[in-house]
Design a binder for this molecule. Structure first.
Ligand code: GLU
Length: 487
């Protein structure tokens, strides 16, 4: 049998890390089994759903390179792939359930339902619908309709049934049908609820495995009952654990961005995000930490999906992203860094001159081992660009007070004027000559130079900084520091 899995987001906001993980696991499971991966939109919440969110979700999947075989924008045999375009189908299935007595019209008003809820709560019982409209005669219905009441459709939950879910991650999970209460499957405006529409979609799209977040586990018995009532085979389930922060709490903005596209904006690499989210609740058998999407598709398996919560650790993501940055060509990194550099008002929006392009690539090469994501390039621009260094503070200021400093700067100035071209190789030679000719230890020469040129005690290599700053800026920075602190 062909394995068919799906990702079924509700387009009520951008794609979050948790959703991307569900999509990825389904995608990997499909590829591993040479099956099909379907993407459809669960847009029945008319107020909160938007095409804009749908577009964001699809863009994020495409950015991560998670491609779907059937679904929105791709098409396929079992479309349409938006629930609001499938209402006819839900009506058909509603009729089936009504005809065989598994569903019925309910005319209870909000107030009546609320009253029932309050009574149950005051008795310490689980609030649920007790079935007031279960056995309405056609006369009673006619009277209620004459009052202008619009019915919902409720599913008739069988009493005293143990509902078993054979979950691929959690094992046998049992629910007692008595706690459930007859639930609404079609609202009074004719729109199906999630638990009903999802079953109709999964069954008509021939879905074999439902891999989704643990937050849906409590919905599953409601869905299983509908399959049973329709006499349909129940697909396999795999509920993947929640994603928590490093303190074991719910993930929030403080722990890192939750929306996938925010990571794109910050200059994370899609292959790093994929690698990172693959490990949120799953791990391969070995020690290896780095996997491409293709490699993951070969080794992914549901039996290595963990029952315990996954931990979202932004440090880990930064570590993985830094790894992929180091492996990327400078040209690719430059392209990703460009918007961040331009944000600072340097480099033109349009064509760059050859000099600008050389500077930019050199800059990227000099810092690519030092950053975790591309937005961090902004923290490094000041080392390599402009006439004025940052202002030194504290210890750095002390460094400039050393008695050897004026001599170091004077000789450095001379050598910079002589070095043609002012390349990294030339700077390396020049720096060695300085220590030799001044008969000073490296620290006494390089530290004041560093502070003079950058205002900082630490940073990228001087032989990267000096050529990229260029002779003019180097001389200007020398003057600025001398004027401010040495005169
Ligand atoms: N629309 C649901 C959600 O976004 C999908 C649930 C499911 O996969 O069954 O959470």
């Amino acid at each position: 049998m062909e394995i068919r899995v799906r990702f079924a987001p509700s387009p009520t906001g951008p794609l979050h890390i948790g959703g991307a993980r569900s999509a990825l696991f389904n995608y990997l499971w499909a590829r591993k089994n040479k099956g099909k991966f379907i993407v459809r939109s669960e847009d029945t919440d008319l107020e909160r759903s938007s095409r804009e969110s749908e577009q964001n979700i699809l863009a994020a999947l495409r950015w991560l390179n998670i491609q779907w075989d059937e679904g929105i924008e791709v098409g396929g045999e079992y479309g349409p792939y938006r629930q609001t375009e499938r209402l006819e189908l839900y009506r058909e299935y509603t009729k089936k359930l009504m005809d065989n007595g598994h569903a019925y019209f309910c005319y209870c008003s909000e107030e009546e339902l609320e009253q029932e809820r309050q009574v149950l709560i005051s008795k310490g019982e689980t609030p649920r619908y007790l079935g007031k409209c279960r056995h309405l005669t056609s006369e009673q219905r006619a009277t209620l309709e004459a009052e202008g009441r619009k019915p919902v459709v409720r599913f008739r939950v069988p009493e005293g049934q143990a509902i078993h879910i054979n979950d691929q991650v959690r094992g046998d999970v049992v629910f007692d049908s008595n706690g459930i209460g007859d639930y609404v499957i079609v609202k009074s405006d004719g729109i199906p609820t999630y638990n009903f529409a999802v079953v109709v979609d999964d069954t008509t799209m021939k879905i074999t495995h439902i891999i989704r977040g643990e937050e849906h586990l409590s919905n599953t018995p409601r869905q299983v009952l509908i399959y049973q009532a329709l006499g349909l085979p129940v697909p396999e389930f795999a509920h993947v654990s929640l994603i928590l922060n490093t303190e074991g709490g719910k993930m929030s903005k403080r722990d890192g961005d939750t929306a996938v596209m925010d990571y794109q904006k910050k200059g994370y690499l899609p292959e790093a995000i994929v690698n990172f989210i693959a490990f949120l609740g799953w791990a391969p058998s070995g020690e290896e930490e780095f996997y491409t999407l293709d490699e993951l598709a070969e080794i992914f398996s549901l039996d290595r999906v963990s029952k315990s919560p996954a931990v979202f650790d932004i440090q880990k993501l930064n570590y993985i992203n830094a790894h992929y940055i180091k492996k990327s060509a400078p040209e690719r990194l430059a392209e990703l860094a460009l918007p961040h550099v331009q944000e600072m008002g340097i480099l033109p929006q349009a064509e760059r001159s050859i000099e600008q392009q050389q500077w930019f690539i050199g800059f990227i090469e000099a810092i690519s081992e030092k950053i975790s994501y591309m937005a961090e390039v902004k923290d490094f621009v000041h080392y390599f660009h402009g006439e004025v260094p940052l202002e030194p503070e504290g210890e750095a200021l002390e460094v400039l007070r050393g008695e050897q400093v004026p001599g170091v700067l004077a000789l450095f100035r001379e050598k910079v004027l002589e070095a043609v071209p002012l390349s990294a190789a030339a700077v390396k030679v020049l720096l060695k000559q300085l220590t030799k000719e001044l008969k000073l230890g490296g620290k006494l020469v390089y530290m004041p130079l560093r502070v003079t040129l950058t205002g900082q005690m630490h940073g990228p290599e001087l032989y990267d900084i000096i050529p990229l700053l260029g002779r003019e800026n180097v001389l200007k920075r020398l003057e600025v520091t001398k004027k401010r602190y040495l005169s």
